[in-house]
Design a protein around this ligand. Structure first.
Ligand SMILES: Cc1cc2nc3c(=O)[nH]c(=O)nc-3n(C[C@H](O)[C@H](O)[C@H](O)COP(=O)(O)O)c2cc1C
Length: 314
């Protein structure tokens, strides 16, 4: 079986509109390879044609860290996804991940993402086509949800990925129907672990550092992937507690990176920073009842001004 390159069991989840190179690099810089084992790009959608090298390079970003950053593809056309997989490896993706979990309407209309949870044989075909296309150069991994309408086909879905040749199976333990709702049923992760012999990466509902070890202990997962908790606390993988100034500093740096590296507009940057602020917990920066006030800021200057004040106050 293909060896996985992750340096530790905790992984940063792929998140569209968030885990682009700027945010990802800030997180990778703050969590060493002994704590954060790897990350993923946001999904790269394969619809009408195979993806170009340029698009892949943009998703992967220029920086290299000790931890691998897997490139995630989402699509339903076996031929186009497989061709894209080959290109991804040619431009240096160390892991290729396939998305079978996105519940967005656009994905469903294109019969991609979580639409495929109703079609396990198609999942197997897509995984196998990518495994063949990359010719053993990198591991191909698959990310599913526990099911579509319900979790009754979980084992079948897990085995479809395994039979296709996936080197790891990530299971977001919510179904498509459940969306992102609060409860996360880890018993489903145990079921997935029992159904396949490849490593399972558990995902869903981890809120703090300690949850990684707890999920692995309670479910038998070999890896554990954190999504939204990393948006609220980018240090979650190392369990470091930061103060208000350091927390504010992260958001200021994020804004600067988005400007310098992606030339994003002020409005775009405010949107991105406030997206993190919706989840933000680190440093006690946003106290009880204060979130609304931060999220009401529309001017970049005012928002950054408030953050700079926090940094100055130490
Ligand atoms: C804003 C956002 C964007 C996401 N984009 C992706 C994506 O591009 N690919 C993917 O496989 N999952 C995506 N997800 C799902 C996450 O990877 C993860 O499975 C989910 O958030 C559950 O983990 P959590 O409870 O730790 O957040 C996204 C989730 C969020 C909140």
């Amino acid at each position: 079986m293909m060896e996985l390159p992750f340096t530790a069991p905790a992984l940063l989840a792929p998140m569209e509109g968030v885990t682009e190179p700027c945010f990802r690099d800030l997180v990778l810089r703050r969590n060493g390879p002994q704590h954060l084992g790897g990350a993923f790009t946001e999904f790269a959608r394969v619809s009408k044609e195979a993806l170009s090298r340029k698009v892949m390079r943009m998703h992967l970003g220029p920086n290299r860290f000790p931890q691998p950053v897997g490139l995630q593809l989402m699509g339903s056309d076996v031929e186009l996804v497989a061709r894209s997989a080959r290109t991804a490896v040619e431009v240096g993706a160390p892991v290729l991940d396939l998305n079978f979990g996105c519940p967005a309407k656009r994905a469903l209309r294109g019969c991609a993402g979580s639409a495929l949870l109703d079609d396990p044989p198609k999942i197997e075909r897509l995984v196998r086509a990518c495994v063949d296309a990359v010719e053993g150069r990198v591991p191909v991994t698959a990310k599913i949800r526990a099911g579509g309408e319900d979790d009754s086909r979980l084992e079948e879905l897990a085995r479809a990925a395994e039979n296709g040749g996936a080197a790891m199976l990530t299971v977001h333990c919510r179904t498509r129907k459940e969306g992102y709702r609060d409860t996360a049923d880890w018993e489903r992760l145990r079921r997935a672990v029992g159904a396949v012999s490849i490593p399972v990466c558990g995902n869903g509902g981890m809120e703090r550092y300690e949850d990684v070890a707890r999920m692995m202990r309670e479910t038998g997962c070999r890896y554990a992937m954190i999504g939204r908790a990393a948006l609220g606390d980018p240090w979650v993988f190392s369990g470091r507690t930061v103060g208000r100034a350091e927390a504010a500093g992260f958001l200021i740096e994020y804004d600067a990176e988005l400007f310098e590296r992606r030339a994003m507009t002020e409005k775009g940057r405010v949107g991105r920073v406030k997206q993190l602020m919706q989840y933000w917990k680190a440093g006690g920066l946003i106290g009880d009842g204060e979130r609304e006030g931060w999220l009401r800021e529309v001017e970049r200057e005012r928002l950054m001004g408030r953050l700079v004040e926090v940094v100055r106050a130490g």
